[in-house]
Design a protein around this ligand. Sequence first.
Ligand code: ATP
Ligand code: ZN
Length: 843
Amino acid sequence: MSELLNFNYPPEQAVERVTFFADVILPLPLPKLYTYRIPFEMNDEVLVGARVIVQFGSKKVLSCIVAEIHQNAPAEYQAKYILDVLDDKPIITTPQLKLFKWIADYYMCTLGEVINAALPSALKLSSESRIQLHPHYNPEEDELILAPQEEKIIYALQHNQALTFSDVGTLLQLKSYHKFIKSLIQKEAIIIYEQVSDKFSPKVVKKLRISEHFVQDEGMLEELFNQLAPQPKQLDVLLNYLQKVPVHQDIHLNYKGITKSELANSPHLSASSINTLIKKGVLEQFDQVVSRFPVEHQAKLLPMALSEHQAKAKDEILGLFKEKDTVLLHGVTGSGKTEVYIDLIKHALDSGGQVLYLLPEIALTAQIVQRLMKVFGDKLGVYHSKFSDNERAEVWQGILSGRFQVVVGVRSSVFLPFHDLSLVIIDEEHEASYKQYDPAPRYNARETALMMAHLQGAKTLLGSATPSVETYYNCKTGRWGLVEMTKRFGEAQLPDIELVNTREEQHRKNMHSHFSGKLLTAIEERLNRKEQVILFQNRRGYAPFISCEECSWIPKCRHCAVSLSYHKYNNELRCHYCGYHERMPHDCPACGATTLKSMGFGTEKVEDELKLLLPNADVQRMDLDTTKKKNSYQQIIADFETGKTNVLVGTQMVTKGLDFEHVSLVGILNADTIINFPDFRAHERAYQLFVQVSGRAGRKEKPGAVIIQTRDPLQPIFRKVRSNDYLSLYEHEIEERMRFVYPPFVRMIKVTVKHMDERVAENAAIVLAKDLTDRMGKQQVLGPEVPYIFKIRNLFLQEVHIKLPRETTNLRAAKSQIAQAIFNLKLLPDFKDVRIVADVDPV
Ligand SMILES: Nc1ncnc2c1ncn2[C@@H]1O[C@H](COP(=O)(O)OP(=O)(O)OP(=O)(O)O)[C@@H](O)[C@H]1O
Ligand SMILES: [Zn+2]
């Protein structure tokens, strides 16, 4: 806790003293850094990257990060003093600060937003607004006209140093008390401040040890034995302690002590004699701070010996790293890329650097962490959002202290305080989930990690069986190195892929709900052979919408322009955009008929129906709905690994990276919705998805098969998927991108205009698009247009797309033009409450 009431700093000091100023990052979306003056006596204490406390505005006290220290007083305002210093060591490293500035710049947001996203909340400070008397206000002397409620507040403040807002509510017995606080602030009778407290709480265990004076020399211990001789039970406790903590061999062992339960864990020891010894002062209790990640994972195994192909790939990568900073490992599914990564990580750690291993999704961490833990033991840190705040803060600090040298994590791990990175691995580099949509910073962890590596002189290895077109293009043009692995590890073969025409099957009455006879038989066969099956459907819930057969009524979200999905397990209709939900009605609210029918299908329905169709299947589902709890991923994956379940149904979570020995069949229930998605990347995405999910089959000895259900088997993409022909996909795509001017030939920035009123949104977008066109030219500005989903959370949306030719654009200048256009728009009275979001490199 810091007392923050010290507003009276001593007057200006003697002249020879050097005056320093600090630019700080406040946790607010402010466009600029604020400059504060460092009180002379804190000159040595204020450090770049550490947290300090400052007063912001006239009413707020906040914690913030020092970004820079210099001697230039701000020209525009009188700098206030820093009030207090919180950290004696930086919690943000210098390369990290540089990276944060790059993110803010590149993704067009503020440093405050970056810091907010970056710091685990346990390292942010919690603050609660409180009020106190204004330092210049003396209720006894100054005459202010106060309302009776205001007088009550002042009276209370004369007797208590401070009140929280809720105290004021209780005091006045009123719900709407804020107006009195506001009025007192205006009258300068009170001020608001924030009580700041550190939220990170270390984990503490209670332990016991022999009180210090008994172990200072051997005589004392002997003396103690004599004293306790008449009490055999107590003597037993002491002997048991010494057996477990042999203090007589090494005095220092006593310092670590033992927990009470460990001490009591012996047949004839009584808890009461332990308590007596504590009371007598023979044993003392103390608190010990322990890690939330106990050191039980000593590295046990050497990495697996690399196969010839793997060793060759590794040598090629290391060779290319001599000339290039970035290399792509393009290896087919199951080619054993992970072992190559492990080998390279070992190599990097041996030479003393840090390693970051990025994965696109939590579902993937479970298996990879297991594999890495065996090799790297407790040097390995794990970082993702299913961890508690305190756990994340501990990983953060573990990297600063050098405890964790290699970290596996998802998107947000690019914010971690590395300072000596030598290798970054970006696994499944093609994944769209590396991009953050909302809120700002709307960063792509792949690009951010590349920049982080660049800033720290580290090498980056991207890996994928289905690289993104942009990445492959960088390799083809020679900017990045390329290493290929074209065969699966060992004897394993790529699976056979078969297409089932669901339109025809329907005619032949060969569809059992959403399963073709062929798929169903194939599943049954595998289960009879004690093999396993993965089924993919790209929607969660039971059905994407319901409809009345009589009157065609379809329930829609109240806040978004989408239909509500039906979730059967809780009989609910739910919006997947805003979370709005309501009970599934029994009969149609429009016409009253009882003919509501679910349309289309999601993972929940697949699970349900399969259980009916094949009663001997042990089906488990993995999607957003079944993985809300902290350990649910691990549980689902472990159950499938051990054979407790034999069919895994899921959304894109089951499609990539997972490695199961006994999966010999993969089924894609409906390929059509994936192919027909309206986006310039749709084709690429569909290819990636089909190849990745197919790649889960036949990874070890058992040969794999894939069944894809579609109404249109002649789609050219299937030919490429079946022959695993990435190159032909790439060539087709890159030609289209060139012809229709899309990335990688241009950078795109999507500007979304949002407003409650459809007309206002539309007009604002027109004005904005016009201004942008005037600035940048017709070629570069597209729109405005109404997106496919035109309303989300009660805001109507309009989009303007900007295309910036990669080779010729001055990106910084272009972004500043865009920012200026947005700024100007907001100055117009009609549009002042329009919300505008710029998304750089949208995916
Ligand atoms: N050197 C090795 N010795 C023994 N087993 C290996 C070796 N290399 C890989 N494997 C095994 O081969 C299988 C496939 O490897 P891995 O999961 O690394 O493939 P991948 O290239 O990452 O595939 P995907 O792109 O599908 O994720 C795994 O079960 C792995 O344990
Ligand atoms: Zn909604």
